[in-house]
Ligand binder design. Structure first.
Ligand SMILES: Cc1cc2nc3c(=O)[nH]c(=O)nc-3n(C[C@H](O)[C@H](O)[C@H](O)COP(=O)(O)O)c2cc1C
Length: 192
């Protein structure tokens, strides 16, 4: 029988996100965050293409993003509620890491596999933060899919996109558990 890493398994069986609006300072400093980014960058990556990169946002960068998100929502004629929702996560959380999918040209590795790898990086970063005792959440929000915001505010190239905004901080309240999938309903067991 394999040797179980019970602590790691217990973590995976109980982990859950903390809503970005519940996150407060302190957040991990740059040294602590580097450890989390190192864990995230161990995500499976077919062909070792590294089709992803990180943008670390804190302090005045978060203020700039909040203002830019609100300005973009206003320019698009969005409602007051939408404007507040667009800037809210950048106003509330003390640290945000944008995980950027930066696909590589490859004859061998399909683009969709690079997308899956980038999603794996997002989850690995989220889990590394949670395992370290931080509150953390993976959100997107419509602004991260807006090309003007992505390119003019975050500095993405035209072929890049935001896969996730991982907000990290100290949880101010523990959210209730949410319903989890029925494994029997989503699993087909094949032995022949
Ligand atoms: C790609 C992606 C984008 C998401 N975007 C948002 C979002 O914009 N706003 C939001 O409230 N939740 C968003 N969520 C959901 C949150 O991550 C939510 O906290 C999560 O489903 C909770 O799961 P957990 O408790 O199992 O970690 C997103 C999730 C994923 C995977």
């Amino acid at each position: 029988m394999p040797q179980t890493n019970q602590a790691a398994l217990d973590f995976l069986l109980t982990r859950r996100s903390r809503p970005a609006k519940m996150l407060r300072a302190p957040a991990p400093d740059d040294d602590a965050l580097r450890v989390l980014l190192t864990a995230a960058a161990r995500a499976p990556d077919h062909g070792k293409l590294e089709p992803w990169r990180f943008i670390v946002l804190r302090d005045r960068a978060l203020v700039r993003l909040a203002d830019a998100a609100a300005a973009r929502a206003t320019a698009l004629g969005r409602s007051e509620d939408d404007i507040a929702k667009a800037r809210g996560p950048f106003d509330d959380s003390p640290l945000c890491v944008a995980v950027v999918e930066s696909p590589r040209d490859s004859d061998k590795i399909p683009a969709i596999e690079q997308t899956y790898s980038t999603g794996a990086v997002c989850l690995a970063l989220l889990n590394a933060a949670l395992a370290s005792g931080w509150g953390a959440s993976w959100i997107s929000g419509w602004v991260s899919h807006d090309r003007t915001f992505a390119e003019d505010t975050l500095g993405l190239a035209p072929h890049e996109r935001v896969a996730g905004l991982i907000h990290i901080g100290t949880e101010s309240a523990t959210p209730p558990e949410r319903p989890r999938p029925d494994i029997d309903a989503i699993t087909t067991w094949m032995s022949e």
